[in-house]
Design a protein around this ligand. Structure first.
Ligand code: ADE
Ligand code: ZN
Length: 331
């Protein structure tokens, strides 16, 4: 099974670049930027990863990214992620980044996006990993701040494929960002939003994503299974759901294997992703292996999940077909 998973060409549609910040890189960047850390070794950093829900995770996630200061820092962060992706035969990625988490610390938007883009170009040329970037808004900040960042992004639109919505979901519904997402759509960007697992008002949030925002994809979205009408509508529209099993195990203590199977049996396009792999200590292949080892997923099911990822990706039609043909040859 491990070999089967390794050999599959895979797409990752839900990975936060800041969530790929490995403890060793935290140390290297802190040293380079003259920042003192409250830990003596990378192992001590990992030992302090004490999260059990979304807010406790986010606190650690935002604190660590203070070491990201220069264009080279963002380049290295991103290129190191692509190196790991390439080693796991992940051939296509739509990574997220959180510009507000950097501009709020005095790092220019341009610094962030230039560093990421340089790594994307190099990864395509040197590693054969293609990617298209998604800019996320932090939903616990204001709609005005989100709109200001969308305006900041306008000169860089050719660097973006879409926009997303992440961070603390509690009392921050999709409706709060309706205007921002309508503007993003008018600029030609694709739309996705986190509907994190077991959040307050989650069914209402999923409904708003469908009816008000008219998203092109949903990140997580596992709770849709609690509502027949939502499931039917998601299946009818062919909407992708980017599920993150090991991340779910950290924040809801469950790999959601049963739920993923239910999605597949209902014709919902579930995909498997790593979310914040440096924190949850699992990249793409470890997520798929966990489903196989702990939830008994078969090769055929893993192939379906992988095929779904290319199908619901925002690749141009010909590139999508290229990878679907490659997968068909392996079936
Ligand atoms: N930002 C980074 N990781 C996230 C997650 N798992 N949920 C919401 N926001 C995030
Ligand atoms: Zn996420």
């Amino acid at each position: 099974m491990k070999d089967f998973i390794q050999k599959l060409p895979k797409a990752e549609l839900h990975v936060h670049l800041e969530g790929t910040l490995e403890p060793e890189l935290i140390f290297a960047l802190a040293q380079r930027n003259g920042i003192s850390l409250p830990y003596a070794t990378p192992a001590e950093v990992v030992a302090a990863y004490d999260f059990h829900d979304l807010p406790s995770f986010l606190k650690i996630y935002y604190a660590a990214m203070d070491v990201l200061r220069t264009e080279d820092d963002f380049y290295e962060l991103t290129f190191e992620y692509f190196r790991r992706a390439a080693a796991q035969n992940v051939v296509y990625v739509e990574p997220f980044f959180d510009p507000q988490a950097h501009t709020s610390r005095g790092v220019a938007f341009e610094t962030v996006i230039r560093g990421i883009r340089r790594a994307q170009d190099e990864a395509a040329a040197r590693l054969g990993v293609e990617s298209q970037l998604i800019m996320c808004f932090l939903r616990d900040l204001s709609a005005e701040s989100a709109m200001a960042h969308l305006e900041m992004a306008e000169p860089w639109l050719d660097h973006l494929v879409g926009v997303g919505l992440d961070s603390d979901e509690k009392d921050n519904p999709p409706a709060k960002f309706a205007e921002v997402f309508a503007r993003a759509r008018a600029l030609g960007l694709k739309l996705t939003m986190h509907c994190d697992v077991n959040q307050k008002d989650i069914l209402e949030h999923i409904r708003e994503c469908l009816d008000l925002i008219e998203v092109d994809r949903i990140d997580h979205g596992v709770n849709a299974l609690e509502d027949e009408a939502l499931c039917d509508e998601i299946a009818r529209r062919g909407l992708g759901l980017t599920v993150c099993p090991v991340s779910n195990r950290f924040v809801v203590q469950n790999l959601t294997g049963d739920e993923i199977r239910k999605m597949l049996s209902r014709g919902m396009k579930a995909t498997i992703n790593s979310d914040d792999p440096a924190y949850f200590r699992a990249y793409m292949n470890e997520n798929l292996e966990a489903l196989a080892d702990e939830a008994g997923f078969t090769e055929a099911e893993i192939l379906t999940l992988t095929r779904n990822a290319f199908e619901v990706s925002w690749l141009p039609k010909a590139r999508k077909q290229h990878w679907l043909d490659r997968l068909a040859a392996l079936a």
